[in-house]
Design a protein around this ligand. Structure first.
Ligand SMILES: Cc1ncc(COP(=O)(O)O)c(C=O)c1O
Length: 388
């Protein structure tokens, strides 16, 4: 079959509307949403005035230096990246380096850590970003049941020690990982451990250091990776490890793709300062996330139910992609933007409409969203009944 025919077949069969997933499922029909529950800016910092002012000043001063676009391997101690890495690393208690994104951070760590044939144990819900790196290093990947340390241990007993990879908070379900149990298994079987803290960094612990800090497990984890496009509201990634230099020198995204520019670093430092002092935002987020989950749990099938409290990610399980698109459009037309998750982000049988609250969503808005979900459910039940 030639390539064009394969593309045509894809669109003719992938969705019922035959326009593909972007047009038929993901895109919102409205561009003026007043309630944003569809991104990961948990602390509502994307337009923080002080941060924007510092960035703007830096851009205006660009005439006195040349902010070059280049591979990160050409950065030196004279670039502001290095000073920020040293400061953030000292604050966290581990060496660190910045990547261009969470995706690049995860791929890069896999490049540096994995060897051909290495046994790698991944939670079933692990983020896709790890898989490119695992495939290119020809690792032997074994998936264990999500958040099930006993299943992980069974698989390690069968195949032997290797690398374990988990997230501290799963991005589609909002489930918290049993980090203490995972660390126990890692130690008992002499494995390496990578933890992706993307959805907890900035939100939990003193000055937002994350869940590993809260649980006192930082020194038990070999590599901590973070997407800074969540609470840090910036396109960047971060890796904490005592082997930061080794990862830099072996990560293909670090070597072969251009790195963060100076203005990214200015933004990151400014947001880091805001986040360290953002206890009020963290408290508001936990309050509204807890309330929103309990309200949503009354009107929809929430992944994990109340068990995932106080996670700001609230996944609503949908019957199929058509239903998912229908609810997404209904909400968008009411000015509410959520995020549809379908395969390959979820299993094809379990599409999820993901709601993510931020700290400035009011309790009133939380009720507006859940009542709209209830209204859609009643309407779609009534129209299904009418069709019978
Ligand atoms: C757990 C997790 N890791 C990594 C990433 C990738 O992050 P980024 O968008 O910064 O590439 C994401 C984003 O979806 C994520 O949810």
């Amino acid at each position: 079959m030639d390539h064009d025919k394969r593309v045509d077949k894809y669109f003719a069969t992938r969705t019922k509307g035959q326009n593909g997933v972007l047009k038929d499922i993901l895109w919102a029909p409205n561009n003026s949403h007043t309630i944003m529950v569809g991104d990961n800016d948990y602390l509502n910092l994307v337009h923080h005035r002080e941060v924007l002012t510092k960035q703007a000043e830096d851009l205006m001063n660009c005439t006195v230096y040349r902010d070059t676009v280049k591979s990160s391997v050409f950065l030196s101690d004279f670039d502001p990246h290095t000073a920020l890495e040293q400061d953030v690393g000292a604050w966290y208690g581990k060496g660190c380096y910045f990547a261009q994104s969470g995706y690049a951070a995860n791929v890069g760590v896999m490049h540096a850590v994995c060897t051909p044939g290495m046994h790698v144990y991944v939670d079933t819900f692990l983020h896709m970003s790890f898989y490119d790196g695992l495939a290119s290093r020809r690792a032997k990947v074994h998936a264990f049941k999500t958040n099930d340390a006993a299943d992980l241990e069974k698989k390690i007993a069968k195949y032997g020690p290797g690398l374990i990879i988990v997230e501290s908070v799963y991005s589609t379900s909002g489930a918290f990982a049993p980090l203490e149990d995972i660390v126990r298994v890692k130690k008992a079987h002499n494995c390496l451990l990578v933890v992706d803290e993307s959805h907890s960094f900035g939100l939990f612990g003193t000055e937002g250091r994350g869940l590993l800090h809260v649980k006192g497990l930082v020194n038990d984890v070999d590599y901590v990776t973070v997407s800074l496009a969540k609470a840090y509201a910036t396109r960047a990634g971060l890796v904490f490890t005592k082997h930061a230099l080794y990862v830099k020198e072996n990560s293909y995204p670090y070597i072969f793709s251009s790195g963060l520019v100076q203005n990214d670093i200015v933004r990151l430092r400014a947001i880091w300062e805001v986040i360290k002092a953002a206890d009020d935002r963290r408290e508001r987020l936990i309050n509204v996330a807890t309330f929103f989950r309990s309200e949503m749990n009354k009107v929809a099938k929430v992944v994990g139910g109340l068990k995932n409290t106080p996670c700001a990610i609230v996944g609503v399980l949908m019957k199929d992609e058509e239903q998912l698109a229908s609810l997404h459009r209904f909400l968008s037309n009411k000015g509410i933007l959520a995020a549809p998750f379908i395969a390959p982000a979820t299993s094809p049988d379990f599409p999820i409409l993901r709601f993510t609250v931020h700290c400035d969503i009011s309790m009133k808005d939380a009720v507006v969203v859940t009542q709209a979900v209830k209204e859609w459910t009643l309407q779609s039940k009534a129209s299904a009944k009418a069709k019978l």
